[in-house]
Design a protein around this ligand. Structure first.
Ligand code: ZN
Length: 322
């Protein structure tokens, strides 16, 4: 390809969907109880924020934390609430089987979760609720949901969350972000009012909806907000995707080794932080599948501070659902 010529994406595999979503929380114990006991996900990794080792980084997912299932948190004890608004992932959606809606309405009610009435959107039933920090979540019921690999949990396997369905991005203007998604292989499949729906070819985390809402406040980071959304790429394609983002005028980071995957980050024109994470090596690279999440895992360069780090972290019971 000649310098300055338009970018061509022929060699890269289209992006199949979301890899993980990372959010900011407050109390780590409440966070753990909600995502494991109430939502039935598995704690698949217990680590620390690599930029602030006094704060946990907790990863939840299916049995092995497969790409497309893992929701991760930085729970800062006593964190100030953030503001959900434009320039952000405003809602994170999990996929449940088509006949699981009633089960989840009852389950969330019983757990005293503030759950809204189910509603129809793009022909599917959507159940909106919030986590203990006010993070907006939705369960979306999908006919022929993939079987997935749900963990042992208080939620019966037939009703279990299969992984992500998608994310909604709140934007003041959707055009530039839509162009990034189209480059990634997403196609516009529908729209309702000011909500435009894009889909990829995958079977988990395959939906991105762009919500143009000038009345929404500007987002502000803090507890109950999403930090970034990561999309799945292969190791072979990652450097090419990075160049592709540059050709769109974006300024991606170098490839960063995150131990469980390699990552490239870029701020999109609408202000949302996107990550492009490799599917491997995955969460079993440093722990056995059967004991994932039981021990505090540290990157090598923090190992010599383990004792100090463990003393500083708040206690966290992980014997909940495994
Ligand atoms: Zn990430």
């Amino acid at each position: 390809m000649a310098m300055g010529s338009p970018a061509i994406t022929v060699d890269m595999r289209d992006i199949p969907g979301i890899h993980h979503v990372t959010a900011i929380g407050s109390d780590p114990g409440e966070n753990l109880a909600f995502y494991t006991e109430t939502l039935g996900l598995r704690l698949v990794k217990r680590s620390v924020n690599q930029d602030d080792a006094s704060v946990y980084h907790l990863f939840y997912g299916d049995h092995s934390g497969s790409p497309g299932t893992s929701m991760t948190f930085f729970p800062y004890p006593g964190a100030r609430d953030g503001q959900v608004g434009t320039g952000q992932v405003s809602t994170t959606q999990f996929l449940i089987p088509g006949d699981a809606v009633e089960y989840w309405v009852d389950r969330l009610d019983d757990a005293d979760v503030d759950v809204d009435e189910p509603r129809e959107r793009f022909g599917e039933t959507v159940l909106p609720f919030e986590d203990p920090d006010g993070l907006p979540l939705e369960l979306v019921a999908v006919e022929d949901a993939p079987a997935g690999d749900p963990p042992d949990s208080p939620v019966p396997e037939e009703y279990a969350i299969r992984g992500f369905y998608g994310v909604t991005l709140a934007l003041s203007d959707i055009d530039a972000t839509a162009r990034v998604l189209e480059t990634m292989g997403y196609e516009q499949t529908d729209s309702e009012g000011n909500r435009v729906r894009y889909e990829s070819d995958g079977d988990l985390g395959y939906v991105v909806e762009l919500l143009a809402d000038p009345d929404q406040p500007q987002s502000r980071p803090g507890a109950g907000t999403i930090h970034h959304v990561a999309f799945r790429v292969t190791s072979d394609d990652q450097a090419d995707w990075r160049e592709e983002l540059q050709s769109l005028g974006l300024r991606p980071t170098q490839i960063i080794d995150r131990k469980w995957f390699d990552s490239v980050y870029t701020r999109t024109p609408g202000g949302v932080l996107f990550e492009y994470a490799t599917e491997g090596p995955g969460y079993t690279v440093d722990e056995d599948l059967e004991t994932l999440g039981e021990q505090l895992v540290l990157p090598e360069w923090l190992e010599d501070r383990r004792e100090e780090i463990e003393q500083e972290l708040p206690p966290l019971s992980v014997e909940t659902n495994n």
